[in-house]
Design a protein around this ligand. Structure first.
Ligand code: 8X3
Length: 247
């Protein structure tokens, strides 16, 4: 029997790397795609997958990924994404917004367009877009990121409408507070104190592995079962602004 295949973007760290591991543990041949070659090469060696250096904001780079993957693909996890800055609209840097829209929204477009033929050809395809609770709500300082992640959500919903009748499922997972090595450090441009403050007093934020476990669950449902959306938060986070912090 041919092994099932998966592509995970943003696989160099955090949720992406954990998802590549979780899918490999479920028996998938995993294409680990990200910009940082050294990291994905180490990961691919660890899980018996394949590393493909890829920047999802570059159509040419994504075309190379599609060329490497070949004619069929079962699972695409669009995980590459992220936040930049936490300034109010009045002061936000348009360049941050441009980059967030580029990776969280246009990145989806490039990768989906390039890999849709292979997903279709597999006869049993699944797209999992990694959104965020930021794609459901608004918070002060978050407009660039929340707008982009609302974009991720709407692209997912639209795609499900457009692909109905085809052998391709479309899911979106929307995590809340997840502590990963990169997310907040990137958002605050290396300011570790601000990054740490996000999780201050929260006993157990979600881990990348918690989210990866949920993605693997989505992927291993029978192929007629489409998990449209899955919102996942730590027990300590009842809502975006309602986080239990131990003092
Ligand atoms: C991460 C959730 O709260 O930083 O996607 O917007 S939040």
């Amino acid at each position: 029997m041919t092994r099932r295949t998966a592509v995970v973007t943003g696989a160099s760290s955090g949720i992406g790397a954990a998802t590549a591991r979780a899918l490999a543990a479920e028996g998938y041949d995993v294409w680990c795609a990200a910009r940082r070659s050294d990291r994905i090469e180490a990961l691919a060696a660890e899980i018996g997958g394949t590393a493909v250096t890829c920047d999802v904001t570059s159509p040419a780079s994504v075309a190379e990924l599609a060329g490497a993957v070949g004619d069929t693909l079962n699972v695409l996890v669009n995980n590459a994404g992220g936040a930049l800055g936490l300034e109010p609209v009045a002061e936000a840097d348009p360049e941050d917004w441009r980059r967030m829209f580029d990776v969280n929204v246009l990145g989806l477009l490039h990768v989906i367009q390039a890999l849709l033929p292979a997903l279709r050809a597999s006869g049993d395809g699944l797209i999992v877009n990694v959104g965020s609770t930021a794609g459901r709500i608004a918070y002060e300082g978050g407009a660039g990121y929340t707008a982009a992640k609302h974009g991720t959500q709407v692209v997912s919903e639209t795609l499900r409408l457009e692909l109905v009748g085809e052998p391709i499922r479309v899911s979106e997972i929307a995590p809340g507070m997840v502590r990963t090595e990169g997310f907040s450090t990137v958002r605050f441009k290396g300011d570790r104190a601000r990054a740490e403050a996000v999780y201050a007093g929260v006993a157990k934020p979600l881990t990348a592995e918690d989210v990866a476990d949920a993605i693997a669950w989505i992927a291993t449902r029978p192929s007629h079962v489409n998990i449209d959306e899955l919102v996942i938060k730590p027990r300590a986070q009842a809502a975006q602004h309602k986080v239990h912090r131990e003092t």
